[in-house]
Write a new protein. Structure first.
Length: 225
């Protein structure tokens, strides 16, 4: 009898354990593993001060050789794939504030538009304003560069909302000091006004080396030495 009871207790204990594990997984913040990886990287070798911090979504995540494109500029890449502006805000104390960068380059907002048909350019702007305000409170005079949402074949049907977001953010930043809005939109379009096909990888969303070469040419004049 004791043996049977012991087995039942063990089964119940295991069931409770797995339920707790599932609950913890469900409650885990999105991209927690990405942030943990950044922290581990920092614990091994913390980035130098006065570097240029790239932060945002997968267009930065996949730019793994970004340092090679800008050899004269020390760069910290903290882009994490699939993130929206609210994700960057959620982790700003982990991926922005610990560093003392001389410049912060942001690419984010595209996934916001893609996440729902209800996310308008106005909503993207409001989210960006929150991120910008938080950064300014921490770094009042640090140079901030925002790269415009890019055009891409897989999201071309969303172009109107993306262009509206770009227009609103550009207008907002025009009145801010030590801040630049850098547009990559037109440079990524062909003669017919559509995204250049061969600057993207197979998913028709993320760029290949040709696409990043376009970004390099446009962005470099705005980077701080």
């Amino acid at each position: 009898m004791k043996a049977i009871m012991g087995k039942k207790i063990l089964k119940i204990s295991l069931a409770v354990f797995f339920l707790l594990q599932l609950a913890n997984s469900a409650n885990a913040q999105p991209f927690a593993n990405d942030i943990a990886a950044f922290k581990k990287q920092d614990s091994i070798a913390f980035p130098p001060k006065n570097a240029i911090l790239f932060v945002g979504s997968s267009s930065f995540t996949k730019w793994k050789d970004v340092q090679n494109y800008f050899p004269g500029y020390p760069i910290i890449n903290r882009g994490f794939g699939g993130s929206v502006l609210n994700d960057v805000i959620r982790y700003e104390k982990d991926i922005i504030f610990p560093y003392q960068p001389k410049q912060i380059v942001i690419y984010c907002g595209e996934n916001d538009v893609a996440s729902s048909d209800t996310v308008s350019g106005k909503i993207v702007l409001e989210r960006f304003k929150k991120l910008y305000t938080d950064i300014r409170q921490q770094f009042p005079t640090t140079s901030i560069v925002f790269i415009s949402l890019k055009p891409c074949p897989s999201r071309w049907q969303m172009k109107d909302r993306m262009m509206d977001a770009n227009k609103r953010i550009k207008k907002y930043l025009k009145k801010k000091k030590n801040t630049r809005f850098v547009s990559v939109w037109k440079a990524m379009l062909d003669a017919e006004g559509k995204p250049i096909a061969d600057i993207f990888i197979e998913d028709r969303l993320h760029m290949n080396a040709k696409g990043y070469a376009i970004w390099q040419k446009i962005l470099e004049p705005y980077l701080k030495k």
